[in-house]
Structure formats: C-alpha cells, structure tokens
Design a protein around this ligand. Structure first.
Ligand SMILES: [Zn+2]
Length: 218
C-alpha cells in the first residue's frame, strides 16, 4: 500500500515521509523511479548529530543510528534501494535509465577522475538522466589555487571563480559528454546547515546524510 507523503514548510522539492523523515524528491523523474536525498530532519539523533544521521563512525549513539535507518526504510516503503551512500559534502549523483539505476558519490578526486561519466557509460542504455543532489557548491567551496587550476584545465574556466570550485558544473560537463540529461537540484549543503550536514562547515562532529534511488519493476 502506498503511503501519502506530505509537503513541508520548506516547499517543493522537500517531502516529509510518514514517520517524519524529510527528503528531497526531484521533479522530472521517469515513471517508476524514485529518488530520496534525505535531509538531516526527522530523525532521533541528538546534537551535534541532529537528527537523521546514518553513520556509526562519527560518534553518534548506535541506537539512534539504528532508529534513523528504520525511519529511512519506512520512508522508502520497503522498496529495495539499488544504491545507498552516505554523503556529507560530497556530491550525490543519481542515475536513472530505462531499467537500471545507480548512485554515485563524487568528491573532488572522483570528479577529477570522471566517475560520473564512467558510471553512466557502464550503466549504458539510452535516455539516461542524472540528478545532482544536495552538496557543497561554488558559494561555499574554496579550494587551493593548484586544485582550482586543475579543474579549470580539465573542465573549462567556468567551473571555477577564483578559488571557488563548482564540482556540480564539472560533473555536468562530464555527464553531458556521456550523453546524459542532467538535472541539478541546486541545493547547497554549506548554505543550509538547517537542512543538511556539512563536514566542511561544521567540522568532524556532525552527521551523514543518505541518498538512494529506486527503480520499481514495471
Ligand atoms: Zn553555499
């Protein structure tokens, strides 16, 4: 039986599942596909892990993490997730094809190595779409001049502004060359500490978000 998720005070694309877990649900999804970029809201963890932390490795109480994972499973309504990944500032990229799905976790190293384009080519098929989830963006992501120069050389000058880097634009460049239609949710984890965890902004004592993508059998 399908549950009815409700909206939140944050408006679209935020949804609150029965049980309370709040996630971002991209628009423009093909029929049968569901993507859940979970926020930090709606869980049971105490500060500084408040509240929907899914990592056992950051010092949070194990019982709280278990309960959060149960809330997440309930939000997904028992659907088997093709991929789940823990995310703080790295970029979660959901790939949705005709039959296959994948979730990529692209930090700066992975982005330089072209992991998104490689994953898209491995997944294959036509009509692949990518959804770039909440992650640290150009406004909040300052890197060394050396790293900025590396990205500019590989992906074009547009991906950097001074020392500020847009991993999302580099990932878009990579995916478009692999023939993928790219949708960027344009949500910055660094700007919205009320909604997302940010290792870069909050230091090591923070939680981890979870992202998942599901393709229902047709
Ligand atoms: Zn920002």
């Amino acid at each position: 039986m399908r549950k009815t998720d409700t909206g939140t005070e944050y408006g679209a694309p935020f949804r609150r599942a029965e049980g309370g877990a709040v996630y971002v649900a991209p628009a423009n999804l093909p029929a049968g596909a569901r993507i859940y970029f979970f926020t930090r809201l709606g869980g049971v963890s105490q500060p500084p892990y408040d509240s929907l932390n899914v990592s056992r490795k950051v010092g949070d109480a194990p019982e709280a993490v278990e309960e959060n994972l149960a809330l997440i499973r309930a939000a997904m309504d028992g659907r088997p997730a093709a991929w789940v990944r823990q995310v703080a500032d790295c970029v979660p990229v959901a790939l949705v094809g005709e039959r296959e799905v994948g979730m990529i976790h692209s930090g700066w190293r992975g982005t330089l190595a072209g992991v998104s384009g490689k994953a898209a080519r491995t997944l294959g098929g036509s009509g692949l779409r990518a959804y770039i989830g909440p992650s640290i963006r150009r406004c909040c992501y300052e890197v060394s001049p050396e790293l900025a120069a590396k990205f500019a050389a590989q992906f074009g000058e547009e991906v950097v502004s001074g020392r500020n880097l847009s991993l999302q634009d580099a990932i878009r460049w990579d995916l478009e060359r692999a023939g993928v239609e790219v949708h960027d949710l344009e949500l910055c984890s660094g700007c919205r500490l009320d909604l997302f965890y940010s290792h870069r902004k909050e230091g090591p004592l923070t939680g981890r978000n979870l992202a998942s993508v599901v393709r229902e059998a047709r």
